[in-house]
Structure formats: C-alpha cells, structure tokens
Design a binder for this molecule. Sequence first.
Ligand SMILES: *Cc1c(COP(=O)(O)O)cnc(C)c1O
Length: 455
Amino acid sequence: MRELLSTTAERAICYLEDLGTRSVAPSIDAVARLASLDIPLSNEPTSPESILQQLDELGSPATMAMAGPRFFGFVIGGSLPAALAASWLITAWDQNSGLYNVTPATAALEQIALGWLLDVLKLPPESGGAFVTGATVANFTALAAARHAALAKAGWNVEADGLFGAPPITVIVGAEVHPTVLKALGMLGLGRSRVVTVPVDSQGCMRLDALPPMTGSTIVCVQAGNVNTGAFDPFQQICERAHDVGAWVHVDGAFGLWAAAAPSRAYLVEGIEGADSWATDAHKWLNVPYDSGVAFVRDPDALRAAMAITADYLPTVSEYRNPADYTPELSRRARGVEVWAALRSLGRIGLSDLIERTCRYARRFAEALTSAGYHVLNEVVLNQVLVSFGTPEITKRVIDDIQADGTCWCGSTLWQGHTAMRISVVCWATTDADVERSIEAILRIAAKYKGPVKK
Ligand SMILES: *Cc1c(COP(=O)(O)O)cnc(C)c1O
C-alpha cells in the first residue's frame, strides 16, 4: 500500500506541475483514447498499480485543465495546495462525519471552519451552517429551513405532514435566478414554475420598482453575483421590505458572497448579513477541491428542524454540534476540513488578496479587449467579463478557436439576447503572466475575424 500511495502521489504531483504548460483543453486524440477503457468487467481482480497506471496514462491527458491557471470557463476554481493535501489526508481518515461523538476530529474542524466562514463572509456569527456538495444543495438546504419557518409560522409542521393541504407559500425570484435555485424549489415541493418572477435591469439585477407585494408566507430568493455579469440584486432594500412583513430572504451567493473578504469589493455585499439564509460555494472562489458548498441560516433551529433526524442506534445526543443535524446527508465526507485548511493557509490577507487579484485580472481582460475594439457587455464589478467579437457567428467561432488553441479556455453564453464569450477569473494559481498570455492568444485569434478597418 505504501508504494501504491507514494507512486500515486508522485503521479498527481506530475499532473499538477504539467498544468501550467499543457493545452488547457484535452486533445481530440486523448479523448478518443478513453474508448480503450470501455471493456467488459473482468472476472479476475486487477492489481492497483496497473489500475493507477491506466488512470494516469489514459485519464490524465483527457482531463480539462480546470485546476490550472488559464481555465476561465464557467465559475471554477482550482485547489489550493493546503486544501488538496488536506483532502488526501481526510480521504485516508475515511470518517463518516455525521456525529460528533463518533468522529470528533472532523466534527470539531468543521465547526471551527463554519465560525471562520461566518467571520470572513461577515454573516451573523450565531448562524447555523451545513457543509454540502455545492451551491445547488446549499440552496436546497437553506430553502428547506425557509420552508420550515414559513409554514411553522402558519401552524403547519411540513417535515411531519408534508405539503399536501399546507398553507401556500409565495416564492419570489428574479428573472436572472440561477437554475439551481429553481431546481432546489422543485425538490422542496415549492415548484420550479410556481414562482413569481421579478424583471431585471441590464446587468441582471431585480428591479425594485417591479417587486410584488409580500406577506409573511413569502420567501424571496435574491442573488449575490450573477453567473454572467457578476451583478448583485438590491438585497438591502429587498430585505427591508421583506422583513417589514415577516418574509424570508434567501441569498444565492455561490461566488458573490466572497466579495465580503476583499476591501475594494466589500461594498457589493454591504447589508447582506440582513438576510435570513445564504448559500455559497467553497469549490469556486475559495479554491478547495470538489465538491464543496456551504449553507448558512440565521436561525440555526430552523435549519436543524428541517434536517435533523434521530434513531435509537444513532448516538445523536451530544454537547457539541452534530454535522448531520444540519445537512441533507447522514454519512458524508468531511469536506469542511478542506475549507478549514484553505482558510488557515490563506489567512485573512491571503483570502482578500485572492479575491482582489482575480477581480483585478477580470478588469485587465475587459480593458485589453475594449482597447482592441471589442465590446464588453457588462459592468465588470467582480470577476466576470462578457465580450462580443462582432456578430454571434464570429463570437462563436472565436470561442471555438480559443478552446482549440489550448492557451486558455473560455466559455460562451447568451446574455440578454447577445452571444458573448464569458471570462471568469477564479483560480488561486492565475498570475499576471497567465492573464497577459491569455489576452495575447484571444486577441491573436479574434484578429483573424476582424473586418477591414473603416476610416
Ligand atoms: C455555480 C452557481 C450555482 C450552482 O453551484 P454548484 O456548486 O454547481 O451546485 C448556483 N448559483 C450561482 C449564482 C452559481 O454561480
């Protein structure tokens, strides 16, 4: 086992060292070679050494270099060394991580990480929290607490009695709500299409003048960080109006919540602590390995009411926080330990530098593309840049060519009817040189499609 694990660590290190120089997208050949893995399961066992060799020789080259410094697709971070190493160690620990008394190390570390998160994200320190797989499940978890609170107020126990016959809850979202919030609402029986949708402005922010009247049985889902523009809903005014009538405000802040950690961006989340629940990702801007997201709920009792279970065989009574009282899962890996390691390795200064630096890189991309004559479609307030290279066809061809070129990787989007390339800067490992190299590649490729310059 020692030899297998050392060799594997060596393979992983070589993979990571190669990330800065390899093509960001895998080659067509490397992807085609994956077909050789598709064989019937053998009767006989296979040696772990040869399995790992095959994984590395066939799998590694066919991966997308998402962990590398020039991947700017979607909103995707890499893995900080401390978080990746912690991930290796906790995998070796293989703790079930549901109950404090059974797995004290991971439960204690997660509790500390939760406190640190509430601190750096400037959320109410008394909030409850859950370490889950990502913002999708974080939205689900927080909205389950919201559903509990809204119905408990109406005298209905939704966990016991379900939704059939329950008093109705109105759910308000913006027209730019992330689809995972709608999915979470669907899973909760609140309905993906049953929502009241508020129109948005040119940056994708909910328009206050179009906000419908609310009652106490209302959940408003606002967004901190639009996945295209990086923009923030006017949550402060929405919170005031919602709280006047006792409605619940939930914030989808998958990456936007992290603005709190950067002095120059903190104005974007000013007052966000006034909401009732928040969802964020750790595998995006905090740069921990997949899969990792966190739900926070101001009233920990509402979260526990929605999530806790008891059974005679489970030692659930504990002086300390049982992680499983707050999460949809019972058995789960201790992903909060990677969060702990990431925050500890960065410190406050490293975290604020990470957010500031990536936002600065986004502005650098926008500035370079604008001065080259291309159209940046959004106000670059955070780490997201939308750029059009002309017609939709030309923009699509530029994106395809950039992806095939391999210097960097950017995705496409349709923003309010305009085809655009989307640049998202999230990775801890990205340097000034990576940004300049990527700009050079983008401009070189886009220039091929530039029409004759008109005087
Ligand atoms: C990424 C994202 C999500 C979904 O997060 P997952 O980690 O993929 O589940 C939800 N909302 C917003 C705003 C996002 O950017």
